[in-house]
Design a protein around this ligand. Structure first.
Ligand SMILES: CC(C)(COP(=O)(O)OP(=O)(O)OC[C@H]1O[C@@H](n2cnc3c(N)ncnc32)[C@H](O)[C@@H]1OP(=O)(O)O)[C@@H](O)C(=O)NCCC(=O)NCCS
Length: 293
């Protein structure tokens, strides 16, 4: 089959980066596949690009994916990127494809889902509301309130030592503009960002947070983003408490929501245990693959 690869102009560009797109079409002009390449723009991640290739199931094993990949990898090289990452579910066509293209598995991720109808509300309430002399929980929707902004920004470094396997992920440097831009990006696509934070009673500073994104319709599944506690405040059960509070808020604010999705590195036993205890059920494993250019 003679294929045509067309680079599209994609308007999507935000503070996190820009996205290049290629469309593969057959000789009759029918689309048969596409590739997205995200070029990260944040300081600390400008060496990195993320690839997402999809070929129509009826058109696979005819080199469509290979041609799309070639175009995307060439663009990543031209842009001076050092690493291309891509994700595929274990034992899927994507995993075989990436391995055949010299990508190496760099991180295993366990995906899990909490069916909200089965959530143990009394146990979650007991966890979230257990009194603690040193910390209290707070919560907000959308952008961080002004009075917590500085310490919330500072608390983002709690993500820096998150287990990332051998992914060349870089270290993102956060400032208030970046935090506000991330919240604005969620709002701009019509979704809702819920944050629960742990506050040190001694000085009112944020020491940990958990973020949840809920579809604007309030139906379907919500997606957990990061959960992190500053190293000096770990070991006090804050991640468990914050996540329990986040589940309860999601239940209370969005009764039409079906479940909550989370993914955790397989070498992050602490977070996996928290998820298990709160009732998340593993759904599948995926790997983050990396190609070094
Ligand atoms: C992965 C995907 C893009 C591959 O597209 P494709 O057009 O079938 O890929 P190609 O025909 O170019 O395959 C190139 C090589 O990859 C390997 N490969 C691809 N699919 C494979 C499969 N299902 N099983 C084993 N090897 C496979 C083979 O070595 C193949 O060469 P060969 O056919 O000469 O043996 C396609 O299966 C897909 O859209 N999957 C869902 C999305 C996804 O997982 N994307 C990958 C992560 S970005």
């Amino acid at each position: 089959m003679s294929l045509r690869i067309t680079a599209l102009t994609d308007a999507e560009e935000n503070s996190a980066g820009r996205r290049l797109v290629w469309l593969a079409s057959d000789p009759d002009g029918n689309p048969v596949g596409r590739a997205f390449l995200r070029l990260f723009a944040k300081e600390g991640q400008r060496h990195l690009a993320e690839l997402d290739v999809q070929v129509h199931p009826a058109e696979r094993r005819r080199q469509v994916g290979s041609l799309l990949l070639d175009a995307a990898v060439a663009a990543a090289r031209d842009d001076g990127r050092r690493s291309v990452i891509a994700q595929a579910e274990a034992r899927s066509p994507g995993a075989s494809f990436l391995a055949a293209k010299d990508f190496r598995p760099a991180l295993a991720l366990i995906y899990a889902r909490l069916p909200l109808a089965d959530a143990d509300l009394p146990a979650l309430t007991a966890t979230a509301e257990a009194p603690h002399a040193a910390y209290r929980l707070t919560a907000w929707e959308g952008t961080v309130p002004d009075e917590l902004a500085d310490t919330f920004v500072a608390s983002r470094r709690a993500m820096d030592d998150m287990p990332m396997g051998t992914v060349d992920h870089g270290t993102v440097v956060w400032d208030l503009d970046r935090v506000r831009a991330a919240a604005a990006a969620v709002a701009a696509r019509g979704d809702l960002l819920h944050t629960v934070a742990a506050v040190d009673r001694a000085d009112g500073s944020v020491v940990g947070f958990t973020e949840l994104v809920v579809p604007g319709s309030g139906t379907g599944d919500g997606q957990h983003y990061g959960t992190a506690v500053l190293p000096e405040h770990r070991g006090h059960g804050l991640a468990r408490r914050m996540k329990a509070a986040s589940i309860l808020r999601a239940r209370a604010h969005h009764p039409g929501l079906g479940g909550l999705l989370t993914d955790t590195a397989d070498n992050n036993p602490h977070m996996r245990r928290v998820n298990d205890e709160l009732g998340y059920l593993p759904t599948h494993t995926a790997h983050e693959y990396q190609l070094d250019l």
